[in-house]
Design a protein around this ligand. Structure first.
Ligand code: ADP
Ligand code: ASP
Ligand code: MG
Length: 423
């Protein structure tokens, strides 16, 4: 039997009981004859608590020391999990990201994996151990500093190790039974998806479905690693994410895969921008040079009388302050009037490969939003996704309305959320 990589999220190892439950599950996999590599997240909301703590000593913690702090969370859970496995009579060794050979670039707080050299993991497996790896962390290639991969980054660690070790599957264990047609915390009638293509999962993840991280899906698609998302609290089959459905997963690709939402972004409006070539380039250069990723952009037509226009864009709230500072510094060079910041926005996205061939989808989406009394502020589309920005307060209602309008509501059991605080 082959090698399996299993990743357990924070809610699955939230307390000592959770760690013991997960240890048993890992041992059962080993007893089935597999070699097992486990990637583990920090217990419960530990990462958030460490961030809160850092903010109490420094207003915008960032960089090297922040990464050093955050990686402590995963060190705690990996060591405890190895102990719990040993207590069940099996050999286990824990490894930090650096020891496991997770090599990254040197962008602190959101480093990218550039190589994985899992020599020590191979040796541990060859010696009959279960290998436990701390998720979400690595070591930078040039400075040998400890880095983190961005929130939710343990998913990426798991897929990257699965690719480097040529695993037969990467199992992502979480607090729901798989990927649903919407977040089960918001839509009780969300349906579990048996199989979803990498393409649709990428769009859902990029649009805020945090059950899988966008970078992890990108990685899995690049190396063609099938992902099985499932609950660590139940024995049910979860959702397979892969290129093509296999065997029991043989299902028709849905026209609409699901509705995603995201309230982690803010909107910046650059007011009074001269309407001439080079202005947008200068604004987005200033933001890009600060390593800030932006999402949606809209530019209004300029008022004929002034020749000035406004440009709005969305970005992660966590990077709002930095972006405002960078733009303020470049204000006289770019020549705009002022900046406006709005962090009370939310984004709702409808995702599905069937959109390519169903021209009515956009109209139906807008109709569902208008029937729910939700005002649209920004719109962006790709071939298989349509996203709108609304007021943050409207998001949950809008997600439910769109889910119902597209016939996605299940008529059977309500979706189960086993744990986690949704933080
Ligand atoms: P973990 O700690 O296991 O990494 P996360 O909190 O990162 O777990 O991700 C699991 C959560 O993702 C679920 O509890 C659920 O609220 C949320 N979620 C958002 N969209 C979806 C979706 N489409 N399907 C399933 N879960 C979703
Ligand atoms: N513990 C980290 C976080 O909360 C990484 C992860 O859980 O994937 O973001
Ligand atoms: Mg996660």
């Amino acid at each position: 039997m082959g090698l399996v990589v299993q990743k357990y999220g924070g809610s699955s190892v939230a307390d000592a009981e959770g760690i013991k439950r997960v240890a048993k599950r890992i041992v059962d996999t080993k007893k089935d004859g597999h070699q097992v590599v486990v990637v583990v997240s920090a217990m419960g909301d530990t990462t958030d608590e460490l961030i809160d703590l850092a903010e109490q000593v420094s207003p915008i913690p960032a960089g090297r020391e922040f990464d050093m702090l955050l990686t402590a969370g995963e060190r705690i859970s990996m060591a405890l999990l190895a102990m719990a496995i040993k207590n069940l009579g099996h050999e286990a060794q824990s490894f930090t990201g650096s020891q496991a050979g997770v090599i990254t670039d040197s962008v602190h707080n959101k480093a990218r994996i550039i190589d994985v050299t899992p020599g020590r993991i191979r040796t541990a497996l060859d010696e009959g151990n279960i290998a436990i790896v701390a998720g979400f962390q690595g070591v930078s290639q040039d400075k040998k500093d400890i880095t983190t991969l961005g929130r939710g980054g343990s998913d990426t660690t798991a897929v990257a190790l699965a690719a480097a070790l040529d695993a037969e599957v990467c199992e992502i264990y979480t607090d729901v039974d798989g990927v649903f047609t919407a977040d089960p915390r918001v839509v009780k009638k969300a349906k579990k998806i048996d199989w979803i293509s990498f393409e649709d999962m990428l769009e859902l993840a990029a649009s805020g479905s945090k059950v899988l991280l966008h970078r992890c899906v990108e990685y899995a698609r690049r190396y063609n690693i099938p992902i099985h998302v499932r609950s660590s609290f139940s024995g049910l089959q979860g959702t397979w994410v892969s290129n093509e459905p296999q065997g029991a997963q043989k299902v028709e690709q849905a026209i609409i895969s699901g509705v995603a939402h995201d309230t982690s972004e803010a909107k910046i409006t650059v007011v009074g921008v001269p309407d001439k070539p080079g202005e947008a380039a200068a604004i987005f250069r200033a933001v890009a040079d600060a390593e800030i990723n932006i999402d949606m952009i809209v530019q209004n037509v300029s008022a004929a009388s002034t020749g000035l226009t406004d440009i709005s864009f969305t970005l992660p709230k966590a990077e709002g302050r930095k972006a405002l500072d960078e733009l303020e510094k470049a204000k006289s060079a770019i020549g705009f009037d002022s900046l406006r910041y709005d962090d009370q926005i939310g984004k709702i996205s409808l995702v599905g490969a069937g959109m390519k061939t169903n021209p009515g989808v956009t109209a139906d989406f807008f109709k569902a939003l208008s029937d729910a009394g939700v005002n649209i502020e920004l719109i962006s589309t790709s071939e298989i996704r349509i996203s709108v920005v609304t007021r943050a307060d409207d998001v949950n209602e809008a997600v439910r309305a769109v889910h119902t309008a597209f016939g996605l509501d299940s008529d059977s059991d309500e979706a189960v959320v086993y744990g986690g605080t949704g933080r």
